[in-house]
Design a protein around this ligand. Structure first.
Ligand SMILES: O=C(O)CCC(=O)C(=O)O
Ligand SMILES: [Fe+2]
Length: 360
């Protein structure tokens, strides 16, 4: 495992972030950069790869993955579809506006990721879910090109497969007993065929004049199991190294060409009584956006809707940890699907979106 400083093409000034020293722990050095993990080890030394992934997830909950097997050509094609789609007028995009099932389009200022923040997010998004891959909304995203629509589906499935391999690493490192499924433990709770809010999201932060101190996507944790994120050209993503000390410095998550940024999300944090961290992150305005759009693609991997948020059977996850992690108790009574619906309802103004849809 190595760690990365921000990519040389982007100065810290242009990121608009503070890198001043500060620590969220008195015992540990402050984290100033995110680890990079070589996933080629998954084939040659699974145990090592699993340990690296767990360590990064315990420390900061974010890591870059290189040699992950997703072809760059395919990723570039996906960004190409996204760029093409976002040139369309608003009336084209709002024909498939997002609903409670979480697929379709959300416009600028439709979503607020940071509930404590006054402003709405300055991004627009298009979501594809497992059940919407073949439908009219995804057809509109690919501008009616059937080959492109199929490719989006294939890309989504290959990210799900990669996500399962990453979860197999967690199962190994967390020493899930053979009797409970061993390294395949998470396969059962993350079945491609099962109903779940697993989502492929194409994000666009349009060219705009902004303030480097203002987020374009507010501070939030992701809701599901893990997120796989592709960034392109323009930096801005930042990660907060501690969930318990809100005043620690933000760590930049620069664009590393060819790497996928992985992060732990809420369900996983709850299943492990907080052993792995669902870390807050945000996207800040970058001056490069005065002349260019920022694009990113996120795959939110979620558990099957009926999976409960109870601790997983690992000897490393103890009752004592559960007793300390009282803030997760609210989630414990929910299934993964219920938790997602609860978080979506807080994030979107569904009533207003439904009124817009009704007027169409
Ligand atoms: O656009 C990005 O780089 C990150 C977006 C994000 O964190 C999210 O949609 O949950
Ligand atoms: Fe996020």
């Amino acid at each position: 495992m190595t760690t990365t400083e921000p990519h040389p093409s982007m100065g810290l000034d242009s990121l608009g972030v503070s890198t001043s020293a500060g620590s969220f722990s008195t015992e540990k050095e402050p984290i100033r950069s995110l680890p990079v993990i070589d996933f080629a080890h998954f084939r040659t030394n699974k145990e090592l790869c699993a340990q690296e992934i767990l360590q990064a997830s315990q420390d900061i909950g974010f890591f870059y993955l290189v040699n992950h097997g997703i072809s760059q050509e395919l990723v570039d094609e996906m960004f190409g579809y996204s760029t093409r789609y976002y040139t369309k007028p608003l009336s084209y995009k709002t024909a498939h506006i997002i609903g409670r099932e979480n697929y379709g389009y959300t416009g600028l200022q439709d979503e607020k990721l940071d509930l404590a923040h006054e402003e709405m997010d300055m991004k627009e998004c298009f979501n594809v879910t497992k059940r919407s891959i073949d439908d009219a909304s995804t057809k509109s995203f690919t501008l009616g090109d059937p080959a492109a629509q199929e490719k989006v589906g294939d890309f989504f499935k290959s990210l799900h497969e990669l996500g399962l391999d990453i979860l197999r690493c967690f199962a190994i490192a967390l020493k899930i007993p053979e009797g409970a499924g061993g390294q395949s433990y998470f396969d059962h709770s993350h079945k491609w065929e099962a109903p779940a809010f697993t989502t492929l999201r194409f994000l666009h932060y349009p060219q705009q004049k902004g303030d480097p101190r203002q987020p374009l996507a507010g501070s939030h944790s992701d809701y599901g199991t893990i997120t796989l994120l592709f960034q392109k050209d323009i930096p801005g993503l930042e990660v907060q190294a501690s969930r318990t000390h809100p005043d620690v410095p933000w760590v930049p998550a620069p664009v590393i060409p060819g790497a996928i940024l992985i992060n732990i999300a809420d369900h996983f944090q709850i299943w492990t009584n907080g052993l792995v961290k669902s870390t807050k992150h945000r996207v800040m305005y970058n001056p490069l956006q005065e002349t260019s759009s920022r694009y990113s693609i996120a795959c939110f991997m979620n558990a099957n809707n009926d999976i409960r948020l109870e601790p997983i059977p690992s000897p490393m996850i103890t009752q004592e940890m559960r007793d300390e992690a009282v803030e997760f108790e609210e989630g414990r009574n929910m299934t993964a699907g219920e938790y997602m619906k609860w978080r979506f309802a807080l994030t979107y103004k569904f009533d207003e979106l439904e009124k817009t849809q009704a007027k169409m």
